[in-house]
Write a protein that binds this ligand. Structure first.
Ligand SMILES: Nc1ncnc2c1ncn2[C@@H]1O[C@H](COP(=O)(O)OP(=O)(O)O)[C@@H](O)[C@H]1O
Ligand SMILES: [Mg+2]
Length: 298
């Protein structure tokens, strides 16, 4: 069964998208079948992996984007998935096993214009369509915006695990705290729509520190985060085995450059099996991916 995982924090710009794209790429490189669902209307993950030209085609018409799932009959999730999304300019797959459910700017309409059936909220529509294809995957990852509004709810409702990308600052801690509060509310609201087959409602299972600059000591922010996490665990508002990941991702220029190149950092600079010698940010992402594989919720 696929592990379904949302990356979310109530703070923007902490590196959710960078972390999820690069971790997904490492998982695919390890031979895992991965589906990345872009649930952020900003479409950063989609633009990154499809590159602008292919994404523009989707954005211009809205056809093939996540929003079309909610337009009854327009498309199903299985129709919009872009298989082996990372390709070279000639269309040859560069990273087989990494698929994308792309989004476009029209996803914002889900929050306002969309009038669904109150007996069938958008997150249930999404979850049912995901259930049709999830057997094809080992990992299904949801890139969420920094909120739990409708688009994000699709990921949070379908997922069984949540990981919180964080920077070593007070705002990330606030974002995490707010997330846990909103999460409990959403789980209460959506409880009657859950079935046993869906597994447990997603709780925070881990915190991942991202974009750590050289020479910055993260012990104090880490300790504060640990204290907060412990409080939530005691109150049963976070997973029993939730922990701060040992792997941390350093701040590296190449992460910002990767977006322009339209590639996960793993594929930048030659042979993906042989990244530049020594320790670099690719090593960090690989470690996050391995730690994620090892860290099954208890
Ligand atoms: N490890 C990193 N090193 C350097 N820059 C990073 C790193 N992770 C993210 N960034 C940069 O930080 C900004 C926000 O990252 P992003 O992944 O879009 O965050 P979010 O999805 O949380 O809004 C982007 O410009 C991104 O390139
Ligand atoms: Mg993002």
């Amino acid at each position: 069964m696929a592990r379904k995982i949302a990356f979310i924090n109530y703070k923007g710009g902490v590196g959710k998208t960078s972390l999820i794209v690069n971790t997904a790429a490492c998982l695919a490189k390890l031979g895992k079948r991965v589906l990345l669902c872009d649930l952020d209307t900003q479409s950063n993950a989609s633009i990154w992996l499809l590159r602008l030209e292919r994404w523009n085609t989707i954005n211009a018409t809205g056809t093939g984007s996540v929003y079309s799932l909610f337009d009854p009959g327009a498309a199903r999730l299985s129709d919009i998935v872009v298989r082996d999304v990372v390709q070279d300019k000639g269309g040859e797959p560069l990273l087989p096993g990494l698929d994308l459910a792309p989004t476009a700017f029209n996803l914002v309409d889900l929050e306002n214009e969309y009038i669904g059936d109150p007996r069938k909220p958008a997150y249930l529509v999404f979850q049912e369509q995901l259930a049709e294809i999830e057997h094809n995957y080992d990992f299904i990852l949801f890139d969420c915006p920094p909120n739990i509004l409708r688009a994000s709810q699709c990921g949070v409702f379908s997922a069984n695990e949540i990981y919180v990308p964080s920077n070593p600052d007070a705002l990330s801690l606030i974002g995490f705290t707010l997330l846990v509060e909103k999460l409990q509310k959403f789980h209460q609201l959506s409880a009657s729509f859950r079935t046993a087959a869906m597994g447990r409602p997603a709780q925070v299972e881990g915190i991942i520190f991202n974009a750590i600059k050289t020479g910055v000591d993260i012990e104090v922010p880490k300790m504060r985060m640990q204290l907060r996490l412990n409080q939530f665990k005691t109150a049963k508002r976070a997973g029993k085995g939730a922990r701060i990941f040992d792997s941390i991702v350093r701040d590296a220029m190449v992460v910002r450059r990767a977006v322009t190149l339209g590639l996960p950092v793993l594929l930048i600079g030659g042979d993906p099996d042989e990244p530049a010698a020594g320790s670099n940010v690719v090593t960090d992402y690989r470690q996050v991916a391995s730690e994620l594989i090892r860290h099954e919720p208890v």
